[in-house]
Design a binder for this molecule. Sequence first.
Ligand code: AMP
Length: 396
Amino acid sequence: MAKIMAVNAGSSSLKFQLLDMPAEKVITTGVIERIGMKDSIFSIKVNGEKINETSDIEHHGEAVTILLKKLIDFNIIQSFEEIEGVGHRIVHGGDVITDSCILDDKAVELLESIIDLGPLHLPANITGVKAFKEVLPNVLHIGVFDTAFHVSMPEEAFLYAVPYEWYERYSVRKYGFHGTSHKYVSHRTAEILGKKPEEVNIIVAHLGNGASLCAVKAGKSVDTTMGFTPLEGVPMGTRSGNIDPAIIEYMGIKKQKSVKEITNTLNKFSGYLGVSGISSDSRDVNDAAAKGNHRADLAIQIQAKRIADYIASYYVYMGGADAIVFTAGIGENAPSTRENIINRLAVLGVKIDRERNNCRGIERLISTDDSTIKVFVVPTNEEVMIARDTLRLTHQ
Ligand code: AMP
């Protein structure tokens, strides 16, 4: 048995999960929030019970030191040597890192060279890697990339119809994100169907605060909705998804704002939040819509329409699909959203079973027996994918 740590570092948070591999058993899980602020919160699950502690944690290095000390204090490990590898979720590998890899100094330098491609997330990911490497210098650190699963997209799917030089000189192309989730969910669905990933075509709808869909043909991503950045595709909690790009200049003039400020509005104040004016959280928006709030209902319908549009286009693009799969916070927990989307696809002969669909957070078939395409809920598990690759690369 090997103990592997899966880490997801954000700008002010650090999520972790310690797993026993290859059994894929979760030993503990937790998060450190408000790093760099007053009253940082450290939470960890010990014997199934959640423990919260508050202190001032100034930076990621301190967060990592505290986390490891707590693992010993709570008797979860006896010494740091027990941790055989640390897997880091990294948002972007650009076109320089296209698969999980050992994060040696050269790989970290490569990541630093593409910070422009992921300015909102990459700096935090790199800070997390450096902090862990400093505290655990004798352990192998592995990067698992959100973009990696999508390297199989064909040129016609990943290139934008812009001057080709933008791609050649500035790496402007669709990269796609949530790749670790799309890979886990699509391959797990193949398993549920009793098939190999190469034998099936699957459409994955990862619907969380961030949302993207993926067309997985014969086990490989052939198209996905997020693009050069996570802003492209379907509307999300706070992101607009696709808009006419000319709106950016127009609204810049109207609001006397820079391109950067308008882009920030598209990233942080659009989607559910922008349309409803209520919240970015689907629960709040659903509650308001149920009470008759028109804008809340519109936020939901705009998103459902765009999601259904993509599913239909991926169905055609792949020449059919064996399954449509819902995952992530909304996909796993919101029966009404799933029903709304599938009902829009009735012309394909896909049918939801309302009773089966009345479930949250579990793996389940939710279509009727006579549905032309099977529909599933499959909870995502990015941590296990990170731990699998970390185990593989630390033992090669
Ligand atoms: P994620 O980014 O995957 O953590 O998903 C976050 C989203 O999932 C938020 O919009 C939540 O409102 C939504 N979500 C979580 N639990 C539920 C639930 N029980 N019902 C509806 N939406 C939920």
